[in-house]
Design a protein around this ligand. Structure first.
Ligand code: KG4
Ligand code: ZN
Length: 350
């Protein structure tokens, strides 16, 4: 059996078209050969959020030129690709269908098998592409736009859900609070930038479920508290925006840090992996680093540019699943997508 595998990855679950090539060597960590990304942020900004139909149409326009770019930059040829991996879910149905359709068409045309990958597994494994990759087992804090979850990870495809948000995700709390403050989409990075000029102790905002005794999260009430505070401030809001942004960020970060530490305590593990867009947040990184080092635990992050959606993590997850023998690539080119798909379902083999 060939031990070197060249895996093409296609990500199109939301508002970023990502394509990448990784090469795996046996069971070692795969190496990133090239990746390319087109962000639709500028296109959706006028609407204050992602417009699903526009997202799908833009993925159609971008995916093949990006694939060509990745192949050219890697110095490889398209027919050298051994497997085409694509994001099968979760995400926007129409957007997912573009990546799945293109991947299966490419696979059929090249005579190569395809592999549907879980988007969150891509995020979760993305720190393996960093200069300081983690080792199994670890606790993963998954903080993307739609998900906030703590997982115990014992290996590729071995995921146990420890806790998750019962309503809004942390990313949503960032985005919705940013919108209330009149900041442009996507709100997380904008709110975080503004927060750097503010006083995090200026407003007392709730830390939902901080002392719940379990590892679940809830962020919907925080967004309401930000709205109430903004209304209370009235015309004064403009001059206090940075303070409110800093207070909001501090509330989200404190809950994420405390619950992550509780998950380490509960599992007895000393390694934390942070993945997903909110993992790019500077304050979260600073506080997690300090809290974990005080407890003798290590934190691993993806490279900053691989925190948000990208094709590299999909190619990587595909390559790692193949190498671990938990999934085989398929030559059946009929495809479906899974807009809703819990990550721990992978442990059951589905
Ligand atoms: O993982 P991701 O790129 O997409 C999903 O799979 O959802 O995550 C996007 C989320 C958005 O909510 C965005 O506002 C947030 O990540 N985000 C941030 C930062 N960068 C991205 N939130 C806080 N601070 C940041 N620096
Ligand atoms: Zn994502």
């Amino acid at each position: 059996m060939k031990t070197n595998l060249l895996v093409l990855g296609i990500e199109s679950s939301c508002d970023e078209t990502g394509v990448a090539l990784v090469e795996s060597h046996g069971t070692g960590v795969p190496v990133l050969c090239a990746h390319a990304l087109h962000s639709q942020i500028a296109m959706h900004q006028a609407y204050g959020g992602v417009v699903p139909e526009l997202a799908s149409r833009d993925h159609i326009r971008r995916v093949l030129p990006l694939t060509q770019q990745v192949v050219d930059e890697s110095g490889r040829a398209l027919n050298e690709v051994d497997v085409v991996a694509y994001t099968r879910g979760p995400g926007l149905a129409g957007a997912l269908l573009v990546g799945a359709g293109v991947a299966c068409a490419l696979g059929a045309a090249l005579g190569k098998p395809v592999l549907g990958v879980h988007h969150l597994e891509g995020h979760l494994l993305s720190p393996f592409l960093s200069a300081d990759p983690p080792q199994f087992p670890f606790v993963a804090l998954l903080v993307s736009g739609g998900h906030t979850q703590l997982m115990r990870v014992d290996g590729v495809g071995r995921y146990e859900l420890l806790g998750e948000s019962i309503d809004d995700a942390a990313g949503e709390a960032f985005d919705k609070s940013a919108k209330l403050l009149g900041l442009a989409y996507p709100g997380g990075p904008a709110l975080s930038r503004l927060a750097q000029q503010g006083d995090a102790g200026a407003f007392k905002l709730p830390r939902p479920l901080l002392h719940s005794g379990n590892l679940d999260f809830s962020f919907a009430g925080l967004k309401t508290a930000v709205l109430v505070q903004a209304k209370k401030l009235g015309p004064e809001l403009e001059s206090r925006k940075a303070d409110l942004a800093a207070s909001t960020e501090a509330a989200i970060v404190e809950v994420l840090v405390k619950k992550s530490l509780a998950a380490l305590r509960e599992t007895g593990l000393k390694r934390l992996v942070v993945a997903g867009g909110v993992g790019a947040n500077r304050s979260l990184r600073l506080r997690l680093n300090a809290a974990c080092s005080a407890k003798g635990a290590r934190v691993h992050y993806p490279e900053l540019h691989l925190c948000t959606d990208n094709g590299a993590m999909i190619a990587l997850a595909g390559a790692m699943r193949l190498a671990a023998g938990v999934q085989a690539a398929s030559r059946v080119y009929a495809f479906d997508v899974k807009p809703r798909w819990p990550l721990d379902a992978l442990s059951g083999g589905s």
